[in-house]
Every structure is written in C-alpha cells, then in structure tokens.
Ligand binder design. Sequence first.
Ligand code: HEC
Length: 134
Amino acid sequence: MKTITKYLCVFLFILFTSNEILAQESTWKAPESANDLKNPFSGNTLAANKGKMIFRQTCVLCHGMKGDGTGGGGVSLNPKPANFLSKRVKDESDGALFWKMSQGNPPMASYKDIFSEDQRWQLVTYIRVLENQQ
Ligand code: HEC
C-alpha cells in the first residue's frame, strides 16, 4: 500500500471513531433553585397530550420518538441528546427539566423564546409519561 493511502486510512479511522471516544456522559446541571419550580400540569393528561404534539414536531429529531435520545439528527452530536427514559433524567425534578429546556446548552437550543411557559411545562409533563406512550 502506498504511504499516502496508509495515512489516509489512519486519518479516516480517527475521524470516524473520535466522535464516539470523545462523547461524554452529560455533566449539565440545573441550579438548585430550579427544583423549587412547580409544574402546574403535573399528572394532567390533556397537558401531556399537548406536550406530545410539540415534542413530535420539534424534539423527536434529536431525542427520538421514544425519547430515548436516538433521533437521527442527534447521531453525531456531542454530548448526545438526553435519554428521557434513563434513571439520570428520571431522577431530575420537573423544575430542572423545565430550566434546561428553557436555557438550552449547545448543541441543544434554548426554547424559552420559542415556546411559552405553559408549553414548556406541557413538554415536561409529556416527558414524564413518555414511557407509557408506545
Ligand atoms: C438539535 C438536537 C436537539 C433538539 C431538536 C432538542 N434537543 Fe434536547 N437535548 C439535546 C442534547 C444534545 C442534549 C444534551 C445536552 C447536554 O447534556 O449538555 C439535550 C438535553 C435535553 C434536556 C436535558 C435532560 C437532562 O436532564 O439532562 C431536556 C429536558 C431536553 N433536551 C428537552 C428537549 C425538548 C423538550 C426539545 C423539543 C422542544 C428538545 N430537547 C429538542 C439535543 C436536542
């Protein structure tokens, strides 16, 4: 094999594997004060259904239909889109999830100017019942 081809192979190998190697478990934390935010729709089915409609239009791209973080648009992102079915996210308070989707953290956008406060709480309410949806 010509030297240049060898270098090219090594380069391509590093290019394709680096994203996996560098992908880290999220260290994104909401401030303690976010835990005090109360979800006005907690357990409300109508609100969850409204959240589902927004989720299907906007969030599935990265977080996937099941919310497990496997949406096609998130494959090459680092950190990976959150898996809402994971213990880590389940252990987060509603307020922390609300705070995170409001603030965003690249590559995840900030949604506070895109969705109203009610809509963001509807999304949180939907994330809480995602598991029972499919
Ligand atoms: C462009 C891809 C993308 C889209 C679209 C997207 N997200 Fe995310 N989301 C991410 C990534 C990446 C993370 C992880 C960020 C991190 O850990 O630093 C994340 C993390 C989150 C978290 C934090 C979970 C946790 O506890 O760590 C919430 C909540 C969230 N997203 C909600 C949403 C909602 C709701 C929508 C739709 C309105 C949405 N996301 C759309 C990429 C996306």
